[in-house]
Design a binder for this molecule. Structure first.
Ligand code: SF4
Length: 63
């Protein structure tokens, strides 16, 4: 599973960071960083939840 962000859509509200901090982080410029674009199996359920929870629909999953 791969996850990516559209930086033009993301508003850096950190919802995804709160749900899966192993995968998502905000840098000092309030830009979302994907720490592990290839999501490990044990984190995939939480990443799916984070993607569904993004209020801007800025995250994309490839299964
Ligand atoms: S939840 Fe969506 S809008 Fe918020 S930081 Fe994550 S990708 Fe960006």
């Amino acid at each position: 599973m791969k996850v990516s962000v559209d930086p033009l859509v993301c508003e850096a509200n950190a919802v995804c960071v709160g749900l899966a901090p192993e995968i998502f982080d905000l840098n000092d410029d309030d830009e979302l960083q994907i720490l592990l674009p290839d999501v490990p199996p044990e984190l995939q359920d939480r990443v799916r939840h984070a993607v569904r929870s993004c209020p801007k629909a800025a995250l994309t999953l490839e299964e």
